[in-house]
Design a binder for this molecule. Structure first.
Ligand SMILES: O=C(O)C(=O)C[C@]1(C(=O)O)C=C[C@@H](O)C=C1
Length: 310
């Protein structure tokens, strides 16, 4: 066991209060970790109660049914398209996303530090920061084997893929020369407004994509034998095939299209001075976005399952 795994094990040990007989775990840890580490763990157990009151415990989180999760995903489409519509309406200063979006990431770091302090990225929230480390994963122990249907935290986040997709594929759609934040001084750019919407959109995309973890858990619970075989073989291609549902993907595109035309016709019917290409730009951006979002969600599902039996 490498030091990282030991760290994870220690964290798991002191934060999991839903435990079966302690003696069982002690025997297991002694054989797995060796006696020096065991001694260390026993010392740490003294602060278990402190951890408990500080809210670091990891509850048993059963996942909802696939139908319920898909409804949740569907309900997240309108907020995503709404933020996308607002962002498309803001002019982008040239070079704003240079160096892989370094300036945007600095902006987000400040927000994410505040968000982390308020517990936004805690266990089971399905919110993962772009600029901070994520919470340690779960590791099954003899007293908690994580039965199918119970959420299992893994180490994967799709946020690097989301950032890269956002900057390279989505930002080019944000080519409006005028801004819908009206400025009396005739200025065009409002960097804080732009980054604020970027951060909102990125967080929404990330949350939606990481719900893939519970989609994966539900699918695992519904097909334990086959998926376990693929996990044990490390066969990511077969896992991807097992979790893919093209009929559902078509439904997602249709819903996204409906939301997009609703938002764009709202702007047009209101007589807003949108550029003539506004409608088609928004539709193209939404299509690209959902295509990539499904791919990133699927990858999160695959990575989650690959670690499911850890
Ligand atoms: O609904 C599912 O079954 C999912 O896995 C989610 C999702 C999506 O991102 O919307 C991803 C992959 C599937 O091919 C279909 C849809």
């Amino acid at each position: 066991m490498d030091p990282h795994e030991v760290g994870i094990y220690i964290h798991r040990y002191i934060t999991d209060l839903h435990r079966a007989p302690l003696s069982l775990d002690i025997v297991h840890m002694a054989t797995t970790l060796g006696f020096p580490y065991l001694l260390c763990l026993l010392c740490l157990s003294g602060i278990q109660s402190v951890v408990a009151v500080s809210g670091l415990t990891r509850p048993f989180l059963p996942v909802p049914s696939l139908t319920q999760i898909r409804d949740i995903l569907a309900d997240l489409e309108a907020p995503i398209i709404s933020a996308l519509t607002e962002r498309t309406n803001l002019a982008t200063p040239p070079g704003l996303y240079a160096n892989g979006g370094a300036e945007l990431m600095s902006y987000m770091l400040v927000r994410e530090n505040a968000a982390a302090a308020s517990g936004r990225y805690d266990y089971g929230k399905l919110e993962y920061p772009f600029t901070l480390p994520i919470i340690p994963p779960d590791i099954a122990t003899p007293s908690n084997t994580f039965p199918p249907g119970r959420f299992h935290e893994d180490t994967y986040t799709g946020n690097a893929n989301i950032t890269s997709f956002y900057i390279n594929s989505l930002v080019p759609f944000f080519n409006s020369s005028t801004s819908f934040f009206y400025h009396l001084d005739n200025s065009t750019y409002d960097i804080d407004a732009v980054f604020n919407l970027d951060a909102t959109l990125l967080a929404l995309l990330s949350h939606r994509a990481h719900i893939g973890k519970i989609v994966a858990e539900t699918k695992y619970a519904g097909n334990v034998a086959e998926i376990t075989k693929f996990i044990k073989a490390g066969d990511s291609t077969s896992i991807l095939v097992a979790i893919t549902n093209t009929t559902q993907e078509a439904a997602v595109y249709a819903q996204a299209y409906k939301a997009t035309s609703g938002f764009s016709s709202g702007w047009l019917q209101a007589g807003a001075l949108v550029p003539t290409t506004f409608n088609s730009t928004l539709e193209a951006a939404a299509h690209t976005l959902f295509q990539e979002l499904i791919a990133i969600t699927s990858e999160i599902e695959v990575q989650y399952l690959l670690q499911r039996l850890n």
